[in-house]
Design a protein around this ligand. Structure first.
Ligand SMILES: CC(C)(COP(=O)(O)OP(=O)(O)OC[C@H]1O[C@@H](n2cnc3c(N)ncnc32)[C@H](O)[C@@H]1OP(=O)(O)O)[C@@H](O)C(=O)NCCC(=O)NCCS
Length: 171
């Protein structure tokens, strides 16, 4: 991984981000999702740059916990994408590590993610069920994970996590 850096999304990045997501996923659902969520919610978006090109992207949007406290700021990590030719070089890991740091610094309480536990456990994510959180979607227990950024924040927050309605396009 040579000379890659991560920075927050800028207005001019929109079409490159669309391209990265559609190429990485091999379809346009996730790319369109990002476009729909951007502006509709308070989102966090970061890009990975190599040789002046956007080669990766990570996105976070707010989730709510039905039956839980509404005073917490919890984000859902989705999607994350790296251009096919740039995968397996550590760019995805760098995107996750640096964006989690930025989310933490901006005062977010926790992050949830739906994905491969082997991958996300590298960054400290644990099964969300251990914190009493369930996913609104019918997914294997171990695939729904959480990372507390604000230690102890989830202590009194249990219930069903709901993503924004825009996510229906990716089910
Ligand atoms: C997931 C993704 C962002 C990872 O980016 P990356 O730059 O390749 O990741 P890294 O180089 O930091 O890490 C690669 C490691 O993670 C593993 N890995 C990569 N993608 C994975 C996935 N979807 N599930 C499980 N493990 C994965 C690889 O096995 C590799 O492990 P190794 O180094 O031991 O071989 C990238 O593969 C991608 O864009 N995939 C298509 C889109 C996608 O499925 N996104 C995730 C769902 S939102």
């Amino acid at each position: 991984m040579r000379d890659v850096y991560i920075r927050a999304e800028k207005p001019d990045d929109v079409s490159a981000i669309y391209q990265v997501n559609s190429e990485a996923f091999g379809r346009e659902n996730e790319a369109s999702l990002v476009n729909q969520l951007r502006g509709a919610a308070s989102t966090f978006s970061f890009v990975a740059i190599q040789s002046d090109q956007i080669v990766g992207h990570i996105f976070f949007s707010p989730v709510t916990v039905r039956g839980g406290s509404s005073n917490l700021s919890i984000l859902g990590l989705a999607p994350i994408a790296v251009l096919p030719n740039y995968q397996r070089q550590g760019i995805g890991s760098l995107l996750i590590q640096q964006s989690l740091k930025a989310c933490s610094e901006s005062g977010q309480d926790a992050i949830v993610v739906l994905g491969d536990p082997k991958y996300y456990s590298r960054f400290g994510f644990i099964s969300a069920s251990t914190k009493g959180l369930r996913c609104e979607y019918d997914v294997p227990d171990e695939a729904f994970m959480v990372l507390e950024l604000n230690s102890g924040a989830l202590q009194d927050c249990t219930g069903t996590v709901q993503y924004r309605s825009e996510f229906k396009v990716c089910e």
